[in-house]
Design a protein around this ligand. Structure first.
Ligand code: AMP
Length: 395
């Protein structure tokens, strides 16, 4: 398949794609779209930044346009991700579309959601907790929802949404099409797919435990109390927008404040902020009103901000898989990106787990704290990650 024309999409949808300058499908789109258009269930794994959203959004919109009755539901773990999905859906539907949508996420007032739901939306995008609330109070009906997308399913389960997901499925017709996407396929996801999907087709792009090859990954061995000065030095050395990952919500706020004090435009994004504040932070970051976004893992999952040039792991992630998701915040849609991880002595186990995930067949020379000489690092073209020690003084 060379371009989108080969899919035989509805002219309105083809027009939207042209407007969005989507000419050629990405590999995940090339695999998933024809299967979804034929009505198959899909179990998809793909690296972040591969065009996964459009891989489900295009067949979903095609179905809404061709079947005047059907309703679709998209479940996603976080509000930010939901907003990105909603934006793509609106672009695909076009501004003049009569198809109504509802955006149902937690942390927002009920009033607007209730009026969107009363208008009989044919597309609902939202987070499982709030969708469940509406189902239980009777303000949402899903008996004709025949198209279901589960995005970032592994993260939804990590966040404890299994119970809510199962409740939501009960409100939906059994005869439906289900598209499930996940970065990883742990056992609980395989069980979920067996139980709730019909003969799903596997769609897989690349190895999911590989960081995109256009991201240069560096590591700084550093003591915990020297990290902040090293961060300042790194920010001085680098150009362009940066996302800094940090462990705690409180730490994120404090760091954004300290960076502003030290001359960098910065703001924090984490799960404790009110929705309006989160939207404002994201809007300001997207429009490059500030340069350094300090984020916790949950808030940053799936963010698609094309100008992020650097990812800094100030704290390593609790879960090794999140390292790959963090890397996926840069080098979006084929651009180049750089990443650096601060690894302190206390981080030994976490770092080892990340190394194992990225490079499972490499022997690991623990004493030197780096991959053994003959190890094959699949995550960096032409060799290993670069390791260096922190500089003595911040520049
Ligand atoms: P995603 O993996 O869905 O977050 O998408 C990553 C980025 O690729 C987003 O900025 C999309 O707008 C962009 N994108 C997705 N599909 C295409 C395509 N076929 N052509 C050009 N850009 C695309």
């Amino acid at each position: 398949m060379k371009n989108f024309e080969g899919f035989g999409l509805n002219p309105a949808l083809a027009e939207s794609l042209a407007r969005m300058k989507y000419v050629n499908p990405t590999p995940i789109q090339e695999q998933a779209i024809p299967l979804a258009l034929k009505g198959h269930d899909i179990m998809g794994t793909a690296q972040t930044g591969t065009g996964k959203t459009a891989a489900f959004a295009i067949p979903l919109v095609e179905k809404l346009l061709t079947n005047p009755r059907g309703t679709a539901l998209v479940l996603t773990p976080t509000r930010e991700l939901g907003k990105q999905i909603m934006d793509i859906m609106h672009q695909l539907l076009g501004s003049k579309s009569p198809i109504k949508t509802a955006f149902i996420i937690g942390g927002e007032p009920m009033g607007k959601q209730l009026s969107q739901l009363r208008a009989r939306p044919r597309l609902i995008v939202g987070t499982p907790g709030r969708i469940n609330d509406h189902l239980e109070r009777g303000s949402m009906m899903l008996h004709d929802a025949d198209f279901l997308v589960l995005d970032e399913t592994d993260r939804m389960l990590d966040m404890g949404f299994m119970v809510q997901l199962e409740r939501i499925f009960k409100y939906m017709p059994e005869k439906r099409q289900t598209l499930m996407f996940s970065a990883t396929l742990p056992n609980n996801i395989l069980t979920l797919s067996k139980q709730y999907m019909h003969a799903p087709k596997r769609v897989c792009v690349g190895e999911t435990n590989v960081v995109a090859s256009n991201i240069r990954q560096d590591v700084v061995r550093i003591e915990q109390d020297k990290k902040y000065n090293e961060l300042l030095a790194q920010l001085h050395d680098r150009k362009g927008s940066v996302i800094v990952f940090i462990k705690t919500k409180y730490g994120a706020d404090r760091m954004a404040k300290n960076l502003r004090r030290d001359g960098f435009t910065s703001d924090a994004l984490h799960g404790d902020l009110r929705q309006t504040k989160r939207d404002k932070v994201m809007q300001n970051f997207r429009t490059q009103n500030f340069r350094v976004l300090i984020a916790t893992d949950i808030a940053a999952r799936g963010l698609d901000v094309p100008h992020i040039a650097h990812v800094i792991n100030y704290d390593l992630p609790q879960v090794a898989e999140d390292y790959i998701h963090r890397m996926g915040r840069t080098a979006r849609a084929g651009a180049k990106g750089e990443a650096i991880s601060f690894v302190s002595q206390q981080d030994g186990r976490k770092w080892h787990a990340i190394e194992r995930l990225l490079n499972p067949d490499a022997a690991h020379d623990e004493s030197a704290g780096r991959p053994a000489r003959n190890s094959r690092n699949r995550n960096r073209p032409g060799g290993k990650k670069r390791f260096y020690r922190s500089r003595k003084k911040a520049a």
